[in-house]
Design a protein around this ligand. Structure first.
Ligand code: DGT
Ligand code: CA
Length: 573
């Protein structure tokens, strides 16, 4: 399946043409075609073989020829010609927050900056100063952008990490030599970002497992190839470490390599008091003259000999440890199957790809009782916000769809803009007509923490607002969270019965686990939403649930675990 490769090269082409300064009409065509092919439900190579490329929406004769050339011979002449003129390195330059195609072009033409490394050097050598339209403020933003990207490249989001790990695990699991296999590390703990992937295997034939692992087609380079530990880099530069242990130590190793480091330290302290020793091979008694192994086969056994209940991996963070020690009761954490609906999805009424009917169909396939189609408001023009006139038509469409179902409900929602003063983009009369109102900030991130706090608090005070979406505004690897008084916003949310969102979209995961944990301690209630812009995105719910678990949430902390009737009661303020 070459769909992703074709989509990638078309997207790169579109972006390079943007940098070159081509007309929007032309660049858009490439970007749109890339998006279409990325989500094409069939194999692009089959489409090519059957000469149906021009049947794909948005693909004309010229584009089809380029795609065919690429599929048949592995090169696209037009792309090769273009990168002679506009270096490929600029694709990474435009990915730096606050740098768009125009600035990339300016830097390239005037300073010959053709890569992120060039840009970094130019910034350090103060070469950007004095360029037309580039002020000190802009340079400061670029410096910050470079830093975010560097950190983002060092850590991938939970969605990417899960995909890579599951791919390796599903292949290795099939080997006869593998008895058990599991991911460990930050991924298993449900952290929103992951530096590298740790996989653990139970086997008595480690060499066999290692040989298969390091020679998989996904592997770009081998960092280490040992008897019980190997480490590779995938073609997408993700580091995957594989360790093999035997059955007697599998539980102890899983416990050890799941971490967190802080959690391991606390466990060792508990063990010392009981005259025990904990390491990746097992738990040992050190009181007798001879060391005796007490547990190691399963994690549960290890916890038990330490006198502890089983602590779910998501709860093994430093931030929760105080509570764990004081009160040994482990809450029953929320599960994906507890979720009864998604309250923040978009449709073609704003910037979504799919219709309300298609989103509803997907929600039904997921076994949900309800979905709220919460499109943007007009001020977010880039996202095609819905005008007050169109809201009436949208509502009618929802009513018609709802007539078809007896046990499923589409809610009339909105993701309304909180403007720079904290006012909402629809008036109260309009807001009162929605089933659910989600308020969100999409601009003015640079305001003072006081002003940002004021905006969020004011939104909570509006009696029609039910939810604050992606409360910190983070975009993993692209944008830092905006600064505001978290505690004050939590207090306002509690006072006005507003739910804080755990946005499950992998580049957001906002609130993250640590913030959820904090907000929960204050007494906040939550909702887990995908912010889906197409049906496939609704599958991201699992990452939101993992994040909720990482913040210790139970079913009752989360609005959308409620049945439809309970939900509607909760939404009546
Ligand atoms: P990451 O990869 O930065 O997202 O986070 P982790 O937690 O996956 O960290 P990693 O991959 O360095 O190590 C995996 C686990 O192995 C870690 O959570 C705890 C354990 N571990 C690694 N090194 C040490 C160590 O020096 N001491 C202790 N106690 N545990 C360690
Ligand atoms: Ca790791």
């Amino acid at each position: 399946m070459k769909n992703k490769d074709v989509a990638d090269i078309l997207e790169r082409m579109g972006t390079l043409l943007e940098i070159k300064g081509e007309i929007v009409f032309k660049t858009r065509a490439y970007l749109k075609a890339a998006e279409t092919i990325k989500y094409l439900p069939e194999d692009i190579e089959t489409v090519r073989k059957e000469n149906r490329l021009t049947d794909i929406p948005g693909i004309g004769k010229a584009l089809a020829e380029k795609i065919a050339e690429y599929l048949d011979g592995g090169v696209m002449t037009a792309y090769q010609e273009l990168i002679k003129e506009i270096p490929e390195g600029l694709l990474e330059v435009v990915d730096i927050p606050s740098i768009g195609p125009k600035k990339a072009k300016l830097f390239f033409e005037h300073l010959n900056i053709a890569s992120v490394a060039d840009l970094r050097k130019a910034v350090e050598g103060e070469k950007l100063q004095g360029l037309a339209g580039i002020q000190e403020r802009t340079i400061a933003k670029i410096v910050r952008g470079l830093k975010i990207v560097q950190e983002g490249q060092a850590r991938m989001n939970l969605g990417v990490a899960t995909k890579v790990a599951e791919e390796f695990i599903s292949i290795l699991r099939k080997l006869p030599a593998v008895k058990e296999i599991a991911a460990a590390g930050s991924l298993r703990r449900g952290c929103e970002t992951v530096r590298d992937i740790d996989i653990l295997v139970d086997s008595t034939r480690p060499q066999e497992v290692m040989d298969v692992f390091v020679h998989l087609p996904q592997v770009k380079s081998i960092n280490a190839h040992g008897e019980t530990k190997s480490s590779i880099l995938t073609k997408d530069n993700v580091q995957v470490d594989l360790r093999v242990v035997d059955s007697n130590s599998f539980g102890a190793a899983l416990l050890y390599f799941t971490g967190s480091k802080d959690f391991n330290i606390k466990l060792r302290q508990i063990a010392i008091k009981k005259e025990m020793l904990v390491n990746e091979y097992g738990i040992f008694s050190v009181s007798a003259r001879q060391e005796k192994m007490l547990a190691g086969k399963t994690e549960r056994d290890c916890f038990a000999v330490l006198g502890l209940p089983f602590i779910p991996p998501e709860m093994r963070e430093e931030f929760g440890f105080g509570e764990l020690v004081v009160d040994q009761k482990i809450p029953t954490l929320i599960e994906l199957s507890d979720i009864q609906g998604d309250l923040h999805v978009h449709s073609t009424w704003s910037d979504g790809h799919d219709t309300i009917a298609q989103m509803a169909q997907k929600a039904r396939e997921l076994g949900y009782q309800y979905v709220a189609v919460s499109d943007h408001s007009p001020r977010l023009r880039v996202a095609g916000g819905v005008s007050p006139e169109d809201l009436k038509k949208k509502k009618k469409e929802i009513d018609t769809i709802n007539k078809k179902f007896e046990d499923f409900y589409v809610l009339f929602g909105t993701e309304v803009e909180i403007d720079t003063q904290g006012n909402l983009d629809y008036n109260n009369k309009i807001l009162s007509e929605f089933d659910i109102v989600i308020a969100a900030i999409h601009r003015g991130f640079d305001q003072s923490p006081q002003q940002l706090t004021k905006r969020l608090v004011k939104a909570c005070q509006n009696k029609y607002v039910h939810v604050i979406a992606h409360p910190t505004g983070i975009h993993i690897g692209k944008r830092e969270p905006y600064r505001f008084d978290f505690k004050e916003v939590c207090a306002a949310a509690i006072d006005h019965k507003v739910f804080l969102e755990i946005n499950a979209f992998p580049v957001r995961l906002d609130l993250n686990g640590a913030n959820v944990y904090r907000a929960r301690q204050y007494g906040v209630q939550f909702v887990i939403n995908t912010d889906a812009h197409r049906t496939d995105h609704m599958d991201f719910m699992r990452f939101g649930v993992t994040t909720a678990r990482h913040g210790w949430l139970t079913k009752k902390d989360v609005l959308n675990t409620a049945s439809y009737d309970e939900l509607m009661k909760s939404l009546k303020k």
